[in-house]
Design a protein around this ligand. Structure first.
Ligand SMILES: Cc1ncc(COP(=O)(O)O)c(C=O)c1O
Length: 443
């Protein structure tokens, strides 16, 4: 309810410098969300909008989960904060044990952060430090991939491959190179699931190994399915091939599972879905159902063990955040896990993937649609750009969808879908039905 102290519609939008937003455009015609429950947001003008993006790929169990809210309320009343440097509190130990029990292979230790960006920078630092503690400090190079998104820290934008996110920020990290991306409309347009063509693109890592000398390369980081660049499922066999090349040359493989973690593909993590175990894995977002910010980095046993040498009174890794393992985040994480497991949300994506795929590919043949791609409960539709006006068509479709009651996300010429995992078939039909109507209406 609007009160004088807390107006429903702020009357001064100027002071908040909004992230990743066209501020002037937004402030001229704002889109404010004031309420959320399950699959829907309510807007400031009282309309229901279906959440086709799980917020920002993060509200996996749907909005307003009472159990999580109450767990956070109980936790804040009991222990609002405790340092995790040389001190501890019970919840993150339990959370780490429960999370690592879900992971494939010997990924068995968790380092907590507060976001995906922090998870990525932490993972890169662990990779560099790991080689150094083993006496291979000459491995300083980090390899990312074109069109990769790994958050906005300097490490993340350095290994990331989205030009707009890099070009304003100077020299970035040195010693970074990129393998080529896997998006190829000539071979893979309208692929259902993993494209058949393109496993050989993983050999680009071998090219960089030969260029730089493997003894200089610490790690290679990829998103198993690139999300923010417009949902790019990996070609069949591609990730296995990357794993083999890394193994041959002592390079750590990092999977950035900030989006794919916590059930997005119909398995707890993409590593399990693809049957490829990375050495380090990052996550965030769905970890707490986005109720309280939290991220984590998982490492294989051998990596943690390599640090556990030297005098036992010495700090082994000089890294951490004031809010690493924050009590409220840990409480939210534990309760989100309860919900995911009890409601079968880690595997629900597998049951719905076929229906979701058919609905998404129903957009094929509509005006200006040049590609539809999908995996699990992620999908994207790519449009031909308007001549001389890049991204204008996608932006207009995004806006019209919002006005017609659907929240999607647009990146470049692409609109993406990533609904909460509680989505039902009727929601899926409505989502793609709205999108189809809008695509037909927007020239
Ligand atoms: C794969 C990946 N890594 C990292 C991030 C950054 O996460 P955050 O925005 O929580 O810093 C994102 C965010 O979308 C992501 O998709």
């Amino acid at each position: 309810m609007a009160t004088a102290a807390q107006p429903m519609v702020p009357n001064n939008l100027e002071s908040f410098w909004m992230p990743f937003t066209a501020n002037r455009q937004f402030k001229a015609k704002p889109r404010l969300l004031v309420d959320a429950k399950d699959m829907h947001y309510t807007t400031h003008d009282g309309r229901k909008v279906m959440d086709g993006m799980a917020g920002l790929w993060c509200v996996n169990a749907g909005h307003g989960r009472k159990e999580i809210i109450e767990a956070v309320q109980r936790q804040v009343a009991k222990l609002d904060f405790a340092p995790s440097f040389q001190m501890g509190h019970p919840a993150p130990f339990e959370l780490a044990a429960r999370l690592t029990a879900l992971l494939p292979g010997d990924l068995d230790h968790a380092f907590f952060t507060n976001s995906g960006s922090e998870s990525v920078d932490t993972a890169l630092k662990i990779a560099l430090a790991y080689h150094r503690v083993r006496g291979e400090g000459g491995r300083f190079r980090l390899i990312g991939r074109e069109r990769g998104y790994h958050g906005v820290g300097f490490g993340g934008i350095s290994v990331g491959g989205m030009v707009a996110n890099r070009k304003q920020f100077g020299t970035l990290l040195t010693g970074v190179d990129h393998i080529r991306h896997t998006h190829d409309l000539e071979h893979n347009a309208f692929s259902r699931g993993e494209p058949a063509w393109g496993a050989h693109l993983a050999d680009d890592l071998q090219r960089l190994v030969e260029l730089h000398d493997p003894a200089t390369i610490a790690a290679c980081i990829v998103e198993p399915v690139a999300g923010s660049t417009g949902v790019l499922p990996p070609p069949k066999g591609y990730l296995k091939r990357l794993r083999e090349i890394c193994d041959r040359h002592g390079i750590l493989l990092i999977f950035d599972e900030v989006i794919t973690g916590f059930g997005r593909l119909g398995a707890p993590f993409a590593a399990e879905y693809f049957g490829v175990v990375p050495d380090i894995m990052t996550c965030a977002k769905g970890l707490t159902n986005a109720t309280v910010p939290m991220g984590a980095v998982f490492v294989r046993k051998g990596i943690y063990d390599a640090f556990m040498s030297g005098p036992d009174n010495m700090v082994e890794l000089f890294h951490g955040y004031t809010y690493s393992a924050h009590p409220l985040a840990a409480a939210a994480g534990l309760t989100a896990l309860d919900i995911y497991q009890r409601e079968g949300l880690f595997t629900r994506g597998k049951e719905l993937a076929g229906h979701f795929e058919d609905a998404a590919h129903g957009l094929k043949g509509l005006p200006n649609v040049i590609d539809v791609r999908n995996l699990g409960l992620m999908a994207a539709v790519e449009l031909a750009p308007r001549p001389g006006k890049p991204t204008a068509r996608a932006y207009e479709i995004f806006l019209r969808c919002y006005e017609e009651g659907l929240l999607t996300r647009y990146v470049g010429e692409t609109l993406t879908f990533s609904p909460p995992l509680i989505v039902e078939k009727k929601h899926i039909d409505e989502m793609f039905g709205t999108m189809a109507r809008v695509i037909k209406a927007v020239a």
